[in-house]
Ligand binder design. Structure first.
Ligand SMILES: C[S@@+](CC[C@H](N)C(=O)[O-])C[C@H]1O[C@@H](n2cnc3c(N)ncnc32)[C@H](O)[C@@H]1O
Length: 380
């Protein structure tokens, strides 16, 4: 279900609000009523007294004689993060003037009454402080991969689930469609299921595609979304045909995590980007995938490219930036370049010492980062 300005944020449609800090569930009508009452008070100390009482009620059930914490099964409820609500109430309590107190009061009331989202996600901008699990910095240092649920991490060359997770929270709404043209072990589609997004993945290697399908099916599908993995070559596969099967002609997020050229050989198939003869050939193949997918991305929506650089014959090859150029050549707008720390691949882990020695001798630095490049398709 899409949340817009008129639908209420209820327990059913609430999403992306981290509950780790403890949520307080309130009777929405009663709470708004209580706040409205406070706004009619004309002196600062009465406002503060009343807010003090409300704060007390929220932290102590027994003090609630107004039914603010009384959750009626058929009534409208609102779930707020306890620490954020407390801090909003404190702001009112610390106000030095009546105007300031009223300003904070009204802001709190509006944030409970209304839901304000953008065109591309479900983040309630009136309650933006509650979303501190959403990364907005361009440097990502993630120490652990998420291995919960169906995320096993068995596939050499997969990405960590936090990447599609973050991308979907920022750039899709519930029920949107996500296309991953290098789906590998299905990480994106597993995450799609968790977040209630429909997902289509294309993978060249039949066996890998089959294994991905089985893995994705192991993830619960509470939101009843579509998860489709198609085996094929993303440069030429008929995407229109796949989308038409579901009665759609566009997706709302495009994710690409191509091979970083030949760093990992994924197969012996000559259609595999990891078998491109040289950098130029690799970029041509990558460009062909971008060309094939672009017509099916909705205008104004996002394309996330996950890519790293490589080192070859004594030279750093900036594959990431070369790929970025290929995308920009096709008219996309560059929105961000995120630098993310790089987990050691299994191959390199045993050779740590050797790589350090090589780096010292060869005058280079060992790769510890990769990029998430974010593009927006122009137009509305
Ligand atoms: C870096 S991996 C993607 C891993 C994926 N993000 C995951 O988490 O499992 C790149 C994948 O692209 C696939 N691939 C290579 N060339 C392809 C092509 N022409 N069309 C579709 N898939 C291709 C490879 O088989 C490999 O599984």
């Amino acid at each position: 279900m899409r949340i817009n300005n008129t639908t209420q944020l209820t327990l059913e449609n609430i999403e992306a609000i981290p509950l780790t800090y403890g949520a307080v569930i309130l009777n929405k009508e009663k709470f708004i009523e209580a706040l409205s009452e406070v706004t009619t008070l004309n002196d600062l100390s009465s406002i503060k007294n009343r807010i003090f009482l409300l704060k007390d009620i929220i932290t102590n059930h027994k003090k609630d004689q107004e039914g603010i914490l009384n959750i009626d099964a058929n009534g409208d409820t609102v779930s707020l993060r306890r620490d954020v609500l407390t801090s909003e109430l404190n702001q009112i309590l610390e106000s030095q003037t009546l105007e300031r107190a009223n300003y904070y009061l009204n802001r709190l009331k509006e944030s409970i009454k209304k839901v304000k989202t953008s065109k591309v996600n479900d983040i309630n901008l009136l309650r933006w402080k509650e979303y501190d699990d959403i990364i907005t910095d361009s440097l990502w240092v993630l120490d652990k991969r998420d291995t919960s649920g169906a995320h096993l991490g068995w596939y050499w060359g997969n990405f960590i689930p936090q990447i599609p997770h973050q991308m979907m929270l920022r750039y899709t709404k519930k029920g949107d469609w996500v296309l991953d043209t290098f789906v590998g072990s299905g990480t994106t589609l597993i995450e799609c299921r968790r977040l209630g997004r429909n997902g289509i993945g294309i993978e060249l290697n039949q066996e890998v595609a089959q294994k991905a399908k089985e893995l994705i099916e192991k993830e619960q599908n509470k939101n009843n979304v579509i998860s489709e993995v198609v085996a094929g070559d993303s440069r030429v596969i008929d995407i229109k045909h796949i989308l038409n099967k579901y009665g759609i002609d566009k997706v709302q997020l495009l994710i690409m995590h191509p091979p970083y050229h030949d760093i990992i050989k994924f197969s012996k198939d000559e259609r595999d980007l990891s078998n491109a003869e040289n950098t130029e050939e690799f970029l041509k193949m990558f460009g062909a995938v971008v060309d094939n997918a672009t017509p099916y991305l909705e205008k104004g929506r996002y394309f996330a490219l996950v890519i790293g650089d490589k080192y070859s014959k004594g030279e750093w090859i900036p594959l990431g930036f070369y790929c970025m150029q290929e995308v920009l050549k096709r008219g996309y707008l560059l929105k961000s370049i995120i630098v993310k720390n790089f987990e050691e691949t299994r191959g390199k882990r045993n050779q740590k010492e050797l790589w350090r020695y090589r780096a010292l001798v060869g005058g280079f630095y060992i790769f510890k980062h990769e990029y998430i490049m974010l593009f927006k398709k122009r137009g509305r």
